[in-house]
Unconditional design. Structure first.
Length: 277
């Protein structure tokens, strides 16, 4: 059972590192602390006995004891690092950053924003999703900065530059531009992967990508629906009732079928997600 001091210390680590890793570290600490304390006591005792069998002054005695303890701590640190790295690999931890739930601000938790885009051709679904993911990554980056600075003394929604950036991100023109750039880069990348036996030049790739942006109507505002998650979901369900395998009351943005020709971007639990329907 962890004492109150250790419990508080563990809570403080949650805001700095991945929660699962922190729990594992303290679990290991509990499992090994008694054995390590015994080892430490034995090493210190042996060092004292060794110095007592020699003629040495207090400075030399302290040096010998210190060296013994240093060797113990050094090997312990090495083992702890390697053991922690091994556990992280076993748990398939992608990074050591703190979990969102431990750092998220009320602003992010309450954020409700959703975009629906009917691009009309499922052959371009992967390109559209890539472009939208660039937008989502930027949006999430801004949200995480809001979370980071939420505890500053003078922080509030009205004077936060990041909140202003987020407001700009939610404008239709910004959404269109970011998605268009992402789609163009994805299309050009795809052309580059299939360059062999092609007579097309770099200018041709760029022109093809630009043509596809126009073909997909990315700059056509009428193809978008923007609002809260509930507002967008209600509109999408009402306007896509044909060819569904579920009754209207059970349809939502996650399960409605639109032939792989529609994009959804939404903030869910403080994080923007992207998917094709």
């Amino acid at each position: 059972m962890m004492d109150e001091k250790l419990l508080k210390e563990r809570e403080s680590y949650y805001s700095l590192y991945n929660r699962e890793l922190v729990d594992k570290a303290f679990e290991y600490l509990q499992d090994s602390s008694n054995n390590d304390a015994i080892k430490l006591g034995l090493i210190a005792g042996m060092a004292v006995m060794a110095t007592e069998s020699k003629e040495c002054d207090s400075t030399e005695r302290a040096k010998i004891i210190g060296e013994k303890l240093f060797d113990f701590f050094q090997s312990t640190f090495i083992f702890a690092f390697l053991h922690g790295a091994t556990e992280g690999v076993k748990m398939d931890i992608k990074d050591t950053f703190p979990s969102l739930e431990d750092t998220m601000s009320e602003y992010s938790k309450n954020k409700d924003f959703c975009v629906f885009f009917d691009f009309g051709d499922n052959d371009f679904g992967a390109h559209i999703e890539k472009g939208a993911q660039i937008y989502a990554d930027k949006y999430n980056y801004i949200l995480r900065n809001i979370d980071l600075y939420k505890d500053e003394k003078n922080w509030n929604v009205d004077n936060s530059l990041y909140v202003k950036d987020l407001t700009e991100m939610e404008q239709i023109a910004t959404i269109q531009k970011v998605i268009a750039c992402g789609v163009m880069s994805s299309i050009i990348e795809s052309r580059g992967e299939n360059i062999l036996h092609s007579r097309a030049g770099i200018k041709d790739f760029a022109e093809d990508a630009y043509y596809d942006i126009d073909y997909l109507s990315i700059t056509d505002e009428s193809r978008y629906r923007i609002g809260t998650y509930e507002e967008v979901e209600k509109w999408v369900v009402e306007n896509n009732l044909n060819n569904q395998d579920k009754p209207k009351e059970k349809l939502n943005l996650k399960n409605i079928w639109i032939n792989g020709e529609a994009l959804v971007i939404a903030v869910i639990n403080g994080k923007m997600e992207v998917w094709i329907r």
